[in-house]
Design a protein around this ligand. Structure first.
Ligand SMILES: [Zn+2]
Length: 227
């Protein structure tokens, strides 16, 4: 398990690192959140702590850089990692972390996969002193998101998140979505840009709300709404 720290934001890349990074300049950056906490903080030999944050995978076949964050990682940390990956792709300063990328060749199609060990922070303390938003994987099949941010939990300790399913965007200025809060029923979220609607738009809005309401009713009736 390589232990690398993305805190060295001021370091510059060597020409070899810049060349390496240039291969991935146009790759899509995909953020994912693991359903598991990646691993517990570990004590370094010098007494500091290594706090794991994510695993980073570069897949040359699908041209993606995939950041898989640990469940419960703080949202600030994930954002810092995302910016670091963008910097890496742009060949800008940073980052020692990618010195440690391991190369794996997928024998089935010959594509290369580069993967870090856990990427995280070195800290004097076992816990980063960061309050606020954290990230968690989404476990609702109907939700369009793969992960959510949250800053509160239920009495059972389940993250309180807002799931979003089907959405309707109308050019005349309204937007509807099926949403549900953790352990709650599906509801229709309505956003209207103006309180004066052309009659055709008004009728369209009614129809769309009605359709989404029926979809919500179906889901609420047939699914045991899980936490
Ligand atoms: Zn969700």
């Amino acid at each position: 398990m390589s232990k690398v720290s993305p805190t060295t934001g001021s370091s510059t890349m060597t020409p070899e690192q810049v060349d390496f990074a240039a291969r991935f300049a146009n790759y899509e950056i995909v953020l994912k959140v693991s359903t598991k906490r990646i691993c517990a903080p570990e004590r370094n030999d010098d007494g500091t702590w290594f706090l794991p944050g994510c695993v980073l995978t570069i897949n040359t076949r699908i041209e993606q850089i995939i950041v898989t964050a640990s469940d419960g990682l703080d949202a600030v940390g994930l954002e810092r990692i995302r910016v670091a990956v963008e910097n890496f792709c742009a060949g800008r300063a940073w980052c020692a972390a990618f010195d440690k990328l391991k190369i794996r060749i997928d024998s089935s199609d010959g594509s290369e996969v580069f993967q870090t060990g856990w990427l995280g922070w070195t800290s004097d303390t076992k816990w980063l002193d960061r309050d606020g938003w954290r990230v968690t994987a989404c476990t609702d099949d109907r939700c369009a998101e793969t992960w959510h941010e949250y800053d509160d939990t239920t009495e059972l300790g389940t993250p309180m998140v807002i799931h979003r399913s089907d959405t309707i965007k109308h050019l005349a200025g309204y937007e509807l979505a099926m949403v549900r809060e953790t352990a709650g029923p599906w509801k229709v979220e309505v956003e209207v840009a103006s309180n004066e609607l052309d009659v055709f738009v008004a009728r369209s809005l009614c129809n769309d709300i009605s359709w989404l309401a029926i979809e919500c009713e179906k889901l609420n009736a047939t699914e045991a709404v899980a936490a």
